[in-house]
Design a protein around this ligand. Structure first.
Ligand SMILES: [Zn+2]
Length: 422
């Protein structure tokens, strides 16, 4: 079989991996990398494909899917929550492009067409893509609806992780690693260089920082990813008795969708109750009201590249009592990364130095190093292809796994192809 890297070789940010086996060609994810300017798209590949697997509803895995439908058509396989959430993200991609006055990669016709071709598949339902390849989803533990994909080919089995989290979090069970054995493992390596801190200790520190800021009369801005992180952070805050939480941006629609798929999270009833305790922002007037009294502002976008977080940050930029707290991964070349590293925020063509404090807590939805090794042990592959990480991480992970397990490993670059004979 041949594994071609059209995005997310040694980088985080735009997954697109072409698996070719026999006469079948299946695309694993089709994402975009969101930056301050125009998004970065995957490399072009020649010819048609027999189907597309979408591992989960983050833009770097699903954001480019409708583009394929501007020229062609194919079946797209994903879980029901991933479908509903992807639709929301696709619509938003068009909206953001219009706001930034850049050419969108596709229009609503393509979004609707792509959606018609979606084959909604739950976990553990083996489904054919062609006469030669079928697949089965397992819970990846990353965000609601995220899937590990096991592909059955005539040559052998392949496990594609997409993004994976092995240990459980506030709203997600960890990845399901029973039955994931495969000959070839295509795995993410975002956090291949370190294990995450103990989550309980981290939560405690995070909540203390939030409470302290409120007690001092400041505001806490929490830029969050709409899908998964937003809900988890609110759950953590409410569980620790934090009050006066405002909830804004695309996270609102994402939450409604997630609650429509209760089987894909640990405790939907609890999340529903938690979400009732926060103030849902609906209008610009609500936003202005939210910044009158010390409050927690949970809002998109997670890397500050758009959404109401721009309004809140601009309004509070000169307030040294207030804080911005990041809880997720910040890709290079995003406004959030610059805020964290330099304390400078740029949006809509202007930039300013922030007087607010900036902190980051590592609430990752990605597997840390120890979890990645556990995953490999369970999958027990003959070959590992490390993808979706910063360059150093991916190369080092491939080297370390080779040493630890005595297996063949690869860390292909963008545009490279790996031939594997089983
Ligand atoms: Zn993800």
């Amino acid at each position: 079989m041949r594994i071609g890297i059209y995005g997310a070789g040694r980088e985080v940010g735009r997954s697109a991996i072409l698996l070719e086996s026999g006469r079948s060609r299946v695309l694993l994810d089709y994402g975009v990398k969101v930056t301050e300017d125009a998004p970065e798209y995957p490399l072009k590949f020649e010819g048609l494909i027999d189907g597309m697997i979408v591992s989960h509803a983050h833009l770097d895995h699903t954001g480019y899917v409708p583009h394929y439908f501007t020229e062609s058509e194919t079946n797209v396989f994903m879980t029901p929550p991933t479908h509903d959430l992807s639709y929301l993200l696709w619509k938003d991609m068009i909206k953001v492009a219009k706001r930034k006055e850049i050419e969108p990669a596709y229009n609503m016709d393509a979004v609707r067409l792509a959606s018609q071709y979606v084959v909604r598949t739950d976990y553990y339902e083996t489904t054919p893509i062609t006469s030669e390849i079928s697949y089965e989803f397992y819970d990846a533990g990353h965000i609601p609806g995220s899937a590990l994909t096991k592909l059955y080919t005539k040559e052998g089995t392949v496990l594609y992780t997409g993004d994976v989290k092995v240990y459980g979090t506030h709203i997600q069970r960890g990845a399901d690693l029973t039955g994931v054995e495969a000959d070839v493992l295509i795995m993410e390596s975002t956090y291949a260089d370190k294990s995450h801190p103990d989550r309980k200790v981290l939560e405690q520190k995070f909540v203390e920082s939030v409470k302290e800021t409120l007690d001092n009369g400041g505001f806490v801005i929490l830029p969050v990813f709409a899908v998964g992180r937003a809900q988890e952070i609110v759950d953590i805050l409410v569980s620790h008795g934090v009050e006066n939480i405002f909830f804004d941006g695309m996270a609102r629609d994402a939450t409604k969708i997630i609650l429509r798929h209760p089987d894909y999270i640990t405790n939907a009833k609890k999340l529903k109750n938690v979400m009732r305790k926060v103030h849902w922002i609906k209008t610009q007037r609500d936003r202005e009201r939210a910044i009158q009294e010390p409050a927690v502002l949970v809002t998109t976008a997670g890397m500050m590249q758009g959404g109401p977080v721009i309004f809140y940050t601009t309004a509070l930029k000169d307030d040294p009592k207030s804080k911005i707290i990041f809880t997720g991964y910040l890709v290079e070349d995003t406004p959030g990364r610059r805020v964290l590293e330099e304390g400078v925020f740029e949006a809509d063509g202007y930039e300013f130095k922030l007087q607010m404090a900036v902190e980051r807590y590592d609430f990752s939805a990605h597997a840390g190093r120890d979890e990645l090794f556990k995953l490999v042990k369970n999958v027990n592959p003959q070959y590992v292809v490390a993808v979706h990480g910063d360059e150093d991480n991916t190369v080092r992970l491939a080297e370390d796994l080779k040493e630890e397990f005595g297996i063949k490993t690869y860390a292909p670059k963008l545009g490279e192809r790996v031939d594997i004979t089983l």
